[in-house]
Design a protein around this ligand. Structure first.
Ligand code: F6P
Length: 403
């Protein structure tokens, strides 16, 4: 396909690795004699492109100002679903914008909603290749943002332990991730959290409380200075015993029309506080260890921390910069080969793997066998531990890995 100029779009929630995608795409395009421009602010910019006076061209000088290691996106994001725009000429308007700036194809970085719009645009005859992006990690393929967020969550948990142990508090960290628990799970494991609550497992508070009480008491009573903490990572989309997502309805909906999730950390704290209040053994524990002060300090405190957007801000992990550059660059190659409608899966040496975007955006949730594995290692997932049945597989042939 003879493309002289491509546009780069980043869409949906921002996260680590997006600037690497932009850089990778533009650097590969430059090496092929193709110009890259930024279409600003996601699909909002695409829809309004026709009214723009100019677009930013990613010349080597401009590219040098984009820092691949920074999270967020130099292109800007929005949560605009083209299908939802009440304008019967919306696709013509988009095509006119692309024609105006001689843009022959698009590299679009985003998650499931972005991907579904990309499938929609492809069916309208617009050449687009998708690079997977979401900190929620709920696509079929790896997506930039996941590793950066996991690292952020695990660092926060590690940091929170210092204040937790100093005050003998139980810490509950609520992490973004929507309806999949991948980042809470892996971030929690990375930070060596005691308990991880994910949407995939309806939370049983009797199990959580028992685990918390035993670990907390064990730590304090094994400490020569009577200090201990207990850490819980809860996914924002955690589910109650009935399997329903805990949502503070006052949070409203986003531009894609999804409920904003909020309130999981507070819910966990309140449920545990209520059980602890009725447990005389906790008061005895406080007295036995010289912590109890009548009328002032009767029970250990439970505190929730809601970092919100901090889990996807700041810097990108090195893994995301690597994957982002590879995915962005590979997307340009797919575009020039007429392979619109696909998502980049990965790049290994000369091999670029891709998959139809309509498949890639199907939701992937946490594997409960992996949960059972970690339950065997003592982590609580808010249920009676599942049975871990190891399956031994002998690898035959070459193992495809880069490091
Ligand atoms: O989908 C990515 C994500 O970070 C979710 O985990 C979270 O629920 C949501 O975006 C928050 O989005 P916003 O920045 O629009 O509030």
């Amino acid at each position: 396909m003879d493309i002289k100029r491509i546009g780069v779009i980043t869409s949906g929630g921002d996260c680590g690795g997006l600037n690497a995608v932009i850089k990778g795409a533009a650097q590969m395009a430059n090496s092929m004699g193709i110009e890259t421009v930024i279409i600003p602010n996601g699909y909002a910019g695409l829809y309004n492109l026709v009214d723009f006076d100019n677009v930013t061209v990613l010349t080597p000088e401009r590219l040098d100002l984009i820092h691949a290691e920074m999270a967020g996106s130099e292109a800007g994001n929005s949560r605009v679903k083209i299908k939802k725009i009440e304008d019967e000429n919306k696709y013509d308007r988009i095509k006119k914008g692309l024609e105006k700036f001689s843009i022959g194809g698009l590299v679009i970085s985003g998650g499931d909603d972005t991907g579904s719009v990309m499938v929609d645009l492809t069916s309208q005859g617009i050449a687009c290749v998708h690079t997977p992006k979401t900190m929620d990690l709920d696509l079929q393929t790896y997506s930039v943002g996941g590793d950066s967020t996991i690292n952020r969550i695990s660092e926060m948990i590690k940091d929170l332990k210092t204040t937790g142990v100093t005050h003998n508090r139980v810490i509950v960290l609520e992490a973004f991730g929507r309806y999949a628990g991948h980042t809470a799970f892996r971030g929690g494991i990375g930070g060596d959290a005691d308990c991880i609550l994910i949407p995939e497992i309806p939370a049983d508070f009797d199990v959580i409380y028992k685990h918390m009480k035993n670990k907390f008491i064990f730590r304090v009573e094994n400490s020569d200075v009577k200090a201990g903490t207990y850490t819980i990572v809860t996914a924002e989309g955690m589910t109650d015993a009935k399997g329903e997502v805990i949502v503070d309805e006052s949070a409203g909906v986003d531009a894609f029309g999804h409920k904003k999730l909020a309130g999981a950390g507070k819910y966990v704290r309140k449920r545990l506080e209520a059980i602890m209040k009725e447990d005389p053994e906790m008061t005895e524990f406080m007295k036995r260890n010289g912590i109890f002060v009548a009328g002032v300090y009767k029970l250990p405190e439970i505190r929730e921390v809601t970092p919100g957007h901090l889990v996807r801000s700041g810097r990108s992990s090195s893994y995301d910069v690597n994957f982002g550059k590879e995915a962005g660059a590979a997307a340009v190659i797919l575009l020039t080969k007429g392979l619109g409608g696909n998502s980049v899966v990965n790049v290994r040496g000369t091999k670029i793997t891709y998959m139809p975007t309509a498949e890639v955006i199907k939701q992937r949730r946490v594997n409960l066998n992996t949960v059972a594995f970690y339950e065997t290692l003592g982590v609580c997932f808010g249920r009676k531990p599942g049975e871990f049945k190891p399956e031994l597989v002998e690898e035959k042939g070459e193992i495809e890995r880069e490091f």
